[in-house]
Design a protein around this ligand. Sequence first.
Ligand code: TXA
Ligand code: MG
Length: 298
Amino acid sequence: MALPTETVYGLAADALDPTALAQVFAIKGRPLLDPLIVHVLDLAALAEIAEPDERLAAVSGFWPGPLTVVLRRRACVPDLVTAGKPTVAVRLPAHPVFREVLRLAGRPLAAPSANPFGYVSPTKAAHVADSLGARCPWIVDGGPCAHGVESTILDLSTPGRARLLRPGPITLEALQAKLGPIEVVTRAAHQQVAQDAPGMLERHYSPATKVVLFARGSNPPPAAGKVARLFLSRRPSVAPAEDFHLSETGSAEEGARHLFDLLRQLDARGFDVIQAELAEPVGIGVAYNDRLTRAAAR
Ligand code: TXA
Ligand code: MG
């Protein structure tokens, strides 16, 4: 069933049941080599699927919340979850609805974002219905997601080595304050790490409409065709039918919360191109820019 989390909606299934997991891959059209994040209620449940790591104590203060940690797996975790790798990605979600379902199920739940593979992640229940439709048997509506971008992914599966695989609501700076230096997997390294996290593939989170980026505070250049301009903050609009904004004040938090919703809306309106404003690359602005840059990749 599709469930709300504080980041994006997830398509959840029993993480220990290969039949249920296979349905998740089928519904999303997701390649089997792309591993799933397993969601658990607490650290005791985490310890049943992943091997202990002393660095967990340093980051567990971010839980429950939008942080995913990659650890060495235990044998009970099906190969479908891990794509046959020796690691498993785990997070303790904060959303009360997701937590209640975890509690009732009494099982870990694997949940990728509830969108067709490669498309924009859903941040409202209606997004799931729009793009998965009847293929998704159950959708629980928990309202719009608080963060609007997917969890931060931190790889701790190698002793002595910490790598940021995906920027998200928990910032690199916040993690480094707890753990010390963390390697950042750069865009240039994507092709190489695609096996580690296919969600890191350059073209991901993409609307069908072409997306072109412009720098924070600048004006987009004139473009041919029917153009939508997506600003981070409200600007004196010259063309109300073509100018859109994500936040009254230019807050990157608010921008991130509304980004996928607005991209979906604009994608449905027949524009030839969406010109989108980048954020300052600090705080959640890093994750916001990451998702926009992927949406723009062709
Ligand atoms: O916020 C989120 O993380 C949402 C909500 C539903 O929890 N989930 C989500 O899942 O974004 P998904 O499947 O769309 O993205 C998960 C990413 C993928 O890029 C996948 O490759 C990576 O996590 N991943 C999963 N297991 C991994 C592992 N063992 N090692 C490295 N990367 C892994
Ligand atoms: Mg996804």
